[in-house]
Design a protein around this ligand. Structure first.
Ligand code: ADP
Length: 187
């Protein structure tokens, strides 16, 4: 069993664990999507494989009807064959060196997903480490933005508590997020 770290933020909780996002039993899992909402590799590949054709077809329909999903935005679909009932797809920023507004765009992705969680009345959501794979965002910087944004959002919305799970693929990812949680959940 891998170590789990958790912190309460009012009635909400942030939980960090090492694992695979596509096997989580939360109400929703977040997909590190590309603008075309296509399967691809990494998180999107794993989620589409586990979700099956129903998920991939729901994504293709949204892509046809609405065009590409802009960076920092999010959209929800049913989870298909996943344990999670829903998938919230968000497009994190590609890292271009940090001068292209990447931190704000990454924060927008996390906030957009949490806004959908609340709109839909969901209670539990699992995030991967958005943007730190193919999109090249440096891990420690991304972890800081992720935790600062999520903790601030949970504090701001005390009346709608949720469990936010970060599902990190590697021990190194988990350590970076644990350090960021320490920094932002205190005080
Ligand atoms: P992005 O394109 O936003 O960078 P990726 O899917 O390439 O997204 O990777 C984001 C992070 O998720 C990386 O740290 C990667 O190692 C990790 N990852 C890849 N597959 C999984 C999975 N099945 N579950 C959780 N994390 C995963």
């Amino acid at each position: 069993m891998s170590e789990t770290t958790e912190r309460s933020i009012n009635e909400s909780v942030v939980r960090l664990l090492q694992g695979d996002i596509s096997t989580q039993d939360t109400d929703a899992v977040v997909n590190a999507a590309n603008p075309d909402l296509a399967p691809g590799g990494g998180v999107a590949g794993a989620i589409h494989r586990a979700g099956g054709p129903e998920l991939t077809e729901a994504c293709a329909r949204i892509r046809r009807e609405r065009g590409p999903l802009p960076t920092g935005k999010a959209v929800i679909t049913p989870g298909g064959a996943l344990s999670a009932l829903w998938v919230i797809h968000t497009v994190g920023p590609v890292w271009y060196g940090g001068t292209g507004g990447e931190p704000e765009l990454l924060a927008c992705s996390y906030r957009a997903c949490l806004a959908i969680v609340r709109e839909q009345g969901l209670r539990t959501v699992a995030f991967p480490s958005l943007s730190t794979g193919a999109y090249g965002y440096p891990l420690e910087e991304a972890a800081s933005v992720a935790l600062a944004t999520v903790v601030a959002d949970l504090r701001e919305h005390k009346d709608t508590p949720v469990e936010v799970r970060f599902v990190l693929f590697s021990a190194r990812d988990l350590a970076a997020y644990a350090a960021a949680l320490e920094a932002f959940a205190d005080g």
